[in-house]
Design a protein around this ligand. Structure first.
Ligand code: ACM
Length: 386
């Protein structure tokens, strides 16, 4: 174990309480697993990697104060944030302190910050493959429902364009509070019933999404005919919802814990040995895991934690992540990722039905997305039609 100098420190900015804790807990666990693996592999620059923890309570104001506290404590970089409102609150602090935020969550795109490395999917890496899949397999009527903050509005704007370019129609678009009441949810369920057979594209996040999907299940919709599709609702939310209530849900993301590869098997095994055999692992957790590894490798290559040197080093190497080979793009600060679509089967487990045969370059401003041919698809294992 390398420990000759003062440790390199990485601040963790995730919520252990509040509306998005259901999924941020998995992100935090995955980041801490990566920190222990970096240390067991010898650390970096002859030093250990230490984790500075926080609980941001799903409150953007709290992300700001905790980011400040972590940087005051000497964090060399931060990994964290789920909601885009949290990221937007934190970025000015990280920039003012000349530090670096590793953001491991899918988001709406249309952003570049010199102090941020984005490794969740941009819309060309998740929404596009989802729009193709849905319009080819589920028809042309869509109902949008989202939580009332920036990501759902902006993500819906992009999704509306992608669907209408494919001849589909959005029949309604409604928003509910981040912490919805039962009445808020019941109103949306009634609107969906009145709209008739449609795909529900949900950008509700966290506990609100779990409660919405629970109400959708109790309302008795046939989810094979009227599925809920999203870019967010993953394994942690399914665990909170209950597996039988999730059958038929569709998600597009670069990672699902069922990916059959040696790198993913090693990750899933290590994660479940540390956090329990039933611990759900999401795409956003996998990104938190490999972002810590990206930071460690960039520091090793740069020979320093200085931001400019680390940012210069990041695009110079590829990393074998659980989802496949990933690489940071120098021009956009986003990451080359592997678009996939999966459907929850009768056992409550994601089954991958469509996946890219190669990593897709980030296009956060959607400059090229509709000019390029569809992503090259890999053949999926048996049972994975489409
Ligand atoms: C999100 O708010 N970026 C999910």
């Amino acid at each position: 174990m390398a420990s000759s100098g003062a440790p390199v420190t990485i601040g963790i900015l995730f919520s252990q309480t509040g509306v998005t804790a259901v999924l941020e807990r998995a992100q935090r666990q995955a980041a801490s697993l990566a920190v222990s693996q970096v240390n067991s592999e010898g650390g970096l620059l002859g030093r250990e990697l230490h984790l500075l923890d926080s609980d941001t309570a799903s409150d953007p104001a709290r992300y700001k104060t905790e980011a400040t506290r972590l940087l005051d404590l000497g964090a060399d970089a931060i990994v964290g944030c789920y909601m885009s409102s949290a990221r937007k609150a934190v970025l000015p602090i990280v920039e003012a302190r000349n530090s670096l935020l590793f953001y491991p969550t899918l988001y709406e795109g249309f952003e570049y910050a010199s102090c941020c490395i984005y490794s969740g999917a941009a819309p060309n890496q998740n929404a596009r493959i989802l729009a193709d899949y849905l319009t080819e397999t589920h028809g042309d009527r869509y109902f949008f429902v989202g939580s009332n903050y920036v990501y759902p509005y902006e993500s819906n704007r992009v999704m509306r364009d992608l669907l209408s370019n494919r001849g589909a129609k959005v029949v309604d678009e409604v928003y509910i509070p981040l912490n919805p009441t039962d009445e808020d949810i019941a109103k949306v369920i009634a609107l969906i019933r009145n709209a008739g057979p449609v795909v529900v594209f949900s950008t509700i996040v966290g506990d609100g999404a779990v409660r919405f999907c629970s109400a959708y299940d109790r309302a008795g919709f046939d989810r094979h005919l009227q599925p809920v599709a999203s870019l967010t609702f993953g394994e942690p939310e399914i665990a909170a919802l209950g597996k039988s209530a999730a059958t038929g849900h569709i998600k597009a993301a670069p990672y699902f814990s069922v990916i059959d590869s040696p790198a993913n098997l090693a990750f899933v095994t290590a994660y479940r040995e540390k956090f329990g055999p039933d611990s759900p692992i999401s795409a956003e957790a996998e990104a938190a895991f490999f972002q810590v590894k990206l930071f460690a490798e960039a520091v090793r290559r740069a020979g320093t934690t200085d931001r400019a040197s680390v940012v210069r080093a990041l695009p110079t190497f590829s990393l074998e992540a659980p989802q496949g080979t990933v690489r940071v793009d120098a021009a956009t600060h986003h990451t080359h990722l592997w678009p996939r679509v999966a459907v929850v089967d009768e056992s409550g487990t994601f089954r991958i039905v469509r996946e890219s045969a190669k990593p897709v370059a980030p296009d956060p401003y959607l400059v090229e997305v509709e000019k390029l041919p569809p992503v090259t698809l890999a053949s999926v294992p048996s049972g994975g039609a489409n």
